[in-house]
Every structure is written in structure tokens, then in C-alpha cells.
Ligand binder design. Structure first.
Ligand SMILES: Cc1cc2nc3c(=O)[nH]c(=O)nc-3n(C[C@H](O)[C@H](O)[C@H](O)COP(=O)(O)OP(=O)(O)OC[C@H]3O[C@@H](n4cnc5c(N)ncnc54)[C@H](O)[C@@H]3O)c2cc1C
Length: 310
């Protein structure tokens, strides 16, 4: 074994994890993946991966732990952009003032996600690569129009976050040869507000069955919606942007309770109208949570970004 592993070497009835490398740089991690082609896979906090290995659902026999790579644990505000390393955990996001100020939507998602023990281990990149609809961090990043820096042996490129989800459980990222090293997103500006809402999980340690992230930009008078970004996810799907709903919302009154209710109805229609696989039990949650998100985003846009959380 290469160095001290945070998890016990695992025996499954099918394969055995024989080595865990705790990488200290992206190059070292990529080098290991290359020299153990098809046998090795990237690991962040291991909160999704290790249960899958234990259940015999995936069979990497070597793991590369990237959660200790300094460059991947950075959070930095650069002008109007916020940069977040791929190995930043949810606990760090939830504690970080720069995230709370520049991306309160992501901060809310990080604070609500999982349990304290899970948040301490779980990384933002792992949340995205898991490619699950009700992934709190992934849905927040989609609403924020974030990009992911994907690094492999040929170099790095920035890709829109939404392009990374292929279908449930399948990401465009191949964790046997590629690493999400960072994310970047625009900081919330004047006249913008956001909200993150999630349906109550069946048990405190389970995922929320439905999550929604909303970013609203109001006009100068702060009376009407100029632009909206609506991202949703539910158990069984992948994170989605509701672009038709976004288009409809342009010009809506920001103050009328009718508008808030109309937003709930449109989200419900966008999801149930075309996709029968969404459990109908979620309908009431959506009708309750979506208007609340709208109201909160408007209130925040009127208060200003630096007063995001009074
Ligand atoms: C009890 C429990 C509760 C949970 N509750 C929630 C919840 O409320 N909300 C929620 O969203 N999720 C929840 N999860 C799921 C999980 O914790 C998150 O999805 C977490 O963010 C995964 O991150 P990780 O670092 O642990 O990923 P890992 O398990 O390490 O990896 C997940 C996948 O991503 C790949 N990967 C990891 N890092 C990288 C990288 N940098 N580059 C490329 N590929 C990478 C791995 O190869 C693997 O395919 C929960 C899990 C458990 C066990």
C-alpha cells in the first residue's frame, strides 16, 4: 500500500482493493491512474464510492485519494469570480465566509447536505461525478452556471457543469483518467438574489427527494424579474435547468404572491408534464417549496449581496 489510508483495505466477495494512494499533487494522481490503467479510480471523500465498492457494484482494485491535494482544497475570490477546488468538502463550504458572500446558494446547499460526518468527508467534485439528481452541491452549481476544470494527461479544460451529467449514476468524467480539479462561478451581483430549497428527507441521514436552486436578477427598479436560472434535481434523475420556465419568468412581477404561486405551478408542470417517472408524492413539496424559493430570492435581491444572510 502506498501510504496511510483513511479506509481499511476492503475485501468484497468479488474483488479486493489492494492499494490506496494518497496523492499529494494532481500530477502524482494522474501518473498513478496512467500506470494502473483500467484498475485505478479517483476517490474524494469516499462517501459514495466506498459503499459502492463494498456492495460490489464497481470494482476498482486501486484507489487514488485526491482529497489531500493542496491545490484542490483552495477557495479563492478573484474579482467577480469564485474559485473552489474539487476536493473542497461540504463542511468547508458551509464554514467559508467567501462562499457565503459570493455564492450564498452553494453555501445553503452545503449547510443542508447530509449529516455533519458526511459533510466533513464529502467533496464537491465527488458530488458532481456521482451524477445523481438530488445531489445538493451539483444542483446548486447548475443554478449558478458554474464550470468545472477537468484535468487529464493532455492538460486542463473548463467545461459547463451541465454538460457533465449523462444519465443517473453516469458522468461524462471518467474517474479512471480524469480529475475535476476546480470549479469557477460568478459571484452574486447587485440586484441578484438566490435560494436553495429541498424536500424533507425520509430520515435525517438520507438525501432530500427533491432539491431546487433559484437565482433571480431583478430590473433596476427591483420590481420585475430580468433573468432567472432554475435548477432542479430529484431521486432517480440528474440535475436539470428548467430553461422554458426561465424564459417565461422574464418580466414577471417580483412582488405579487400570484407570481410566486405561478412559479410553483410552472416547476410542477415542467417536471410532471413530460416526465412520468417523478413520484407524484413530490408534487405537494414542489408546490410548497418553489414559491418559498421565489420569495426568498426576491427578498435577497432587494437587500443586496452583502446582506445575503441577515
Ligand atoms: C449517509 C449519506 C448521506 C448522504 N447525504 C447526501 C445529501 O444529503 N446530499 C447529497 O448531495 N449527497 C449525499 N450523499 C452522497 C455523497 O456523500 C455525496 O455525493 C458526496 O459529495 C460525494 O463526494 P465524495 O468526495 O465522498 O465522493 P467519492 O465517494 O469519493 O466519489 C464519488 C464519485 O466521484 C468520483 N470522484 C471523486 N472525486 C473526484 C474528482 N476530483 N475528480 C473526478 N472524479 C472524482 C469517484 O471516482 C466516484 O466515481 C450522502 C451519502 C451518504 C453515505
Amino acid at each position: 500500500m502506498s501510504s496511510k489510508a483513511p479506509f481499511e483495505i476492503i475485501e468484497t466477495n468479488r474483488r479486493t482493493v489492494i492499494d490506496i494512494l494518497i496523492a499529494s499533487s494532481v500530477n502524482e494522481a494522474l501518473g498513478y491512474l496512467t500506470s494502473h490503467h483500467r484498475e485505478a479510480q479517483v476517490m474524494g471523500g469516499g462517501t459514495c464510492l466506498m459503499p459502492q465498492v463494498q456492495r460490489g457494484e464497481i470494482r476498482p482494485i486501486r484507489l487514488v485519494d485526491v482529497s489531500h491535494i493542496g491545490a484542490m482544497k483552495r477557495i479563492a475570490r478573484e474579482g467577480e469570480m469564485l474559485l473552489i477546488g474539487g476536493a473542497v468538502t461540504f463542511a468547508r463550504l458551509a464554514k467559508c465566509e467567501a462562499v457565503q458572500e459570493a455564492a450564498p446558494l452553494l453555501w445553503e446547499a452545503a449547510s443542508a447536505m447530509g449529516t455533519p460526518a458526511i459533510r466533513r468527508l464529502a467533496t464537491l467534485a465527488g458530488n458532481v461525478v456521482a451524477s445523481v439528481g438530488n445531489a445538493d452541491g451539483a444542483v446548486a452549481l447548475v443554478a449558478l452556471g458554474a464550470e468545472a476544470e477537468v484535468t487529464n494527461l493532455t492538460g486542463s479544460q473548463w467545461l459547463p457543469i451541465l454538460s457533465l451529467f449523462m444519465r443517473q449514476g453516469v458522468s461524462r468524467i471518467n474517474p479512471s483518467s480524469e480529475i475535476i480539479t476546480a470549479f469557477r462561478l460568478s459571484a452574486l451581483g447587485t440586484g441578484q438574489g438566490c435560494a436553495f430549497v429541498r424536500a424533507k428527507p425520509a430520515a435525517p441521514w438520507q438525501r432530500a427527494p427533491f432539491v431546487l436552486g433559484l437565482v433571480l436578477s431583478l430590473d433596476e427598479a427591483k420590481e420585475r424579474v430580468a433573468r432567472a436560472a432554475v435548477a432542479v434535481g430529484w431521486a432517480g434523475g440528474i440535475p436539470l435547468r428548467l430553461t422554458e420556465v426561465e424564459r417565461e419568468m422574464a418580466g414577471w412581477s417580483a412582488s405579487s404572491e400570484d407570481t410566486w404561486g405561478a412559479f410553483g405551478a410552472m416547476v410542477r408542470e415542467a417536471l410532471f408534464g413530460g416526465r412520468a417517472e417523478i413520484p407524484p408524492a413530490l408534487e405537494m413539496d414542489i408546490a410548497r417549496l418553489a414559491p418559498r424559493a421565489f420569495r426568498r430570492a426576491v427578498e435577497q435581491a432587494r437587500r443586496g449581496p452583502n446582506a445575503a444572510h441577515p
